[in-house]
Design a protein around this ligand. Structure first.
Ligand SMILES: Nc1ncnc2c1ncn2[C@@H]1O[C@H](COP(=O)(O)OP(=O)(O)OP(=O)(O)O)[C@@H](O)[C@H]1O
Ligand SMILES: [Mg+2]
Length: 221
């Protein structure tokens, strides 16, 4: 589902955020991206959704070469991805419902179908009673869960999540992991950046460790 060949990314001359990354991730696989701060986890996720372009190398998602895509094709593949950002990126002027509905509206789904799916996605994260609130009226953990509902509502082929448990209490963290596990069981490929060693111990999955922009360990469990 995801293939990277010799991918290099530097934001500035003489310092590589990612250096010669080769990686294959299968459909429905669940992979943790780990490594110390500055190792390149967020950069790798950004390359996978086309938020940044690599300086060298090829990135394929579902057999399509992101690196060769133009400005018109990229949004089409992006619609099939679910992304949970480190800072949520919710639209503050819109309600919780509207934030989650947005991705489905872009896909041109019918209003009735949108309502049904959005409600189900919010119920899944335990926030169906807050659908008329705006993001800033919610706690950090609640905003995080809205971001997760928004990512999962499209049944993404690939779910990318950057430290999605960073703002959650232990109980909500477990609930989020269950959501991610069932997304992967339904066929979504999950790539999740995390520092949380304890979480990885509790939910053992493949772990790709980055250090200084290189893959230094890739352990399948
Ligand atoms: N927009 C940017 N401009 C310049 N340098 C950047 C930019 N984004 C990231 N970097 C640099 O690229 C390297 C990798 O950063 P990245 O954010 O991918 O690390 P990370 O593993 O996600 O770290 P953290 O655990 O702190 O989130 C770092 O050296 C960082 O300073
Ligand atoms: Mg990061």
């Amino acid at each position: 589902m995801i293939q990277l060949y010799n991918v290099c990314k530097s934001y500035m001359k003489d310092s590589a955020a990612l250096d010669q990354i080769n990686l294959k991730i299968g459909k429905g696989e669940f992979v943790y991206l780990t490594g110390s701060s500055g190792a390149g986890k967020s950069t790798l996720l950004k390359l996978l959704y086309g938020g940044e372009r690599p300086n060298r190398g090829q990135i394929l998602i579902d057999g399509r070469n992101l690196t060769r895509m133009g400005a018109r094709q990229l949004p089409l593949i992006r619609r099939r991805l679910g992304i949970v950002f480190q800072d949520f990126k919710l639209i503050s002027t819109r309600t919780v419902f509207e934030n989650v509905a947005f991705a489905l509206e872009v896909q041109g789904r019918k209003r009735f179908e949108i309502s049904k799916k959005v409600y189900a996605a919010l119920k899944n994260v335990g926030l169906e009673h807050k659908l008329n609130r705006r993001p800033l009226e919610l706690s950090g953990g609640e905003q995080q869960r809205v971001a997760v509902a928004r990512a999962l509502v499209v049944d993404p082929i690939v779910l990318l999540a950057d430290e999605p448990t960073g703002n959650l209490d232990p109980e909500t963290t477990l609930e989020l992991m269950e959501l991610f596990k069932s997304a992967s069981a339904r066929g979504s490929t999950v790539v999740m950046a995390t520092h949380d060693r304890e979480l990885i111990r509790r939910f053992p999955r493949r772990v790709v460790t980055l250090d200084n922009g290189r893959v230094v360990d890739d352990s399948h469990v």
